[in-house]
Design a protein around this ligand. Structure first.
Ligand code: TXD
Length: 311
């Protein structure tokens, strides 16, 4: 059995373990700083396996040694947003937590592929790669699958078509400047911008951009976790099964889309080596302008990180 370690056994981390166990994807380790909590959640989940008929080992621990030999390390440790906060407000607190999670896990799993979720997402993925001097193939940020799923859900609801018929591509940084592409997004092959009237489409694009905040405002004490954790489970499956599945993910740019030295949401091919390829769309001038604006916002957070941490 392959092995996945999840650092941060909070809402997103524990729910990720739930989805992964349900798919019998890998043996699972939950690590958290809170004493007893990952052990308790791990044991509860282990005791669930006979009911759902899955042979998965699940352990919780406060010790990184438990992660030894992981194929994938998922980082969800850190603070979530509260109402009124932007993802960038979490930078300094979460940089410490993610930095430690990344360096400690690498000691025990020198070949692991990292999937990062902690916010501000693109910058935490950047930190994980730079701090550990990892090749870019081995660090992927989760944002695009979630943002695209939100848009797909809103479109499906608006037009009354199965979610399966709706493909959406929300690219760019995982912040307010994210880029929902309305020309590439489609309903059974028909471009969204040709399918929906402009006002309806604008409303969906706006709601998608603020989709995370909408849930933060409703929950009041935390942020979304069902869709984010399902997204990371899909990415992990694509990696472990070597599917060569193309999904929108945050990846390190080396010239693609004219961008350099930045983690940014783009279509990525995922397989056993991690980020195997970046797919480059031909963008028109409007789309390029949105990309550049989003990239400038991410770059700013990367620069703020470099003032906090030597990387
Ligand atoms: O799409 C995305 N990228 C995201 C990102 C979607 C959902 C959540 N996203 C971000 O993940 C969110 O903004 C936060 O930065 C993290 C975790 O969110 P979650 O909602 O799971 O927060 P919780 O429930 O508070 O869980 C965080 C856990 C909690 O149990 C802490 O005790 C633990 O992180 N924690 C640590 N674990 C290990 N090591 C350290 N140092 C540590 N510090 C806190």
């Amino acid at each position: 059995m392959q092995k996945i370690s999840i650092i941060g056994a909070g809402m997103t981390g524990a729910t990720t373990a739930h989805w992964l166990a349900e798919r019998e994807m890998a043996d699972l380790v939950l690590v958290d700083v809170v004493e007893g909590m990952p052990q308790g959640k791990g044991l509860d989940m282990l005791e669930t396996m006979p009911i759902i008929g899955k042979d998965v080992e699940i352990v919780g621990s406060n010790d990184y040694a438990a992660t030894k030999g992981s194929d994938i390390v998922i980082i969800t440790a850190g603070l979530p947003r509260k109402p009124g906060m932007s993802r960038d407000d979490l930078l300094s607190a979460n940089a410490d937590i993610v930095g430690k999670a990344a360096t400690e896990t690498l000691k025990y799993s020198p070949d692991a592929i990292y999937v990062v979720l902690t916010n501000p997402l693109d910058t935490m993925a950047y930190l994980t790669m730079k701090l550990n001097k990892l090749p870019r193939e081995r660090v992927i940020g989760q944002a695009g699958v979630l943002d695209s799923a939100r848009m797909r859900a809103f479109v499906a609801k608006e037009i009354g078509v199965s979610v399966e018929n709706i493909q959406c591509y929300v690219l760019g940084g995982h912040g307010d400047e994210m880029v929902p592409l309305t020309r590439h997004s489609n309903v059974a092959g028909i471009a969204l911008r040709d399918y929906l009237p402009a006002d309806k489409l604008d409303a969906i694009v706006g709601r998608t951009r603020k989709g995370g905040g909408e849930i933060v405002n409703l929950l009041k004490t935390g942020s979304a976790f069902y869709a984010p954790s399902a997204a990371v489970a899909q990415m992990s499956e694509a990696i472990l099964k070597d599917k060569h599945l193309i999904l929108p993910c945050s990846a390190y740019m080396q010239g693609e889309y004219g961008l350099n030295d930045i983690f940014f949401g783009v279509p990525v091919m995922l397989g056993r080596n991690g980020m195997e390829k970046i797919i480059e769309y031909k963008l028109d001038a409007d789309e390029k302008a949105l990309f550049d604006k989003s990239a400038a916002a991410v770059k700013e957070t990367h620069e703020a990180l470099k003032k906090l941490v030597k990387i």
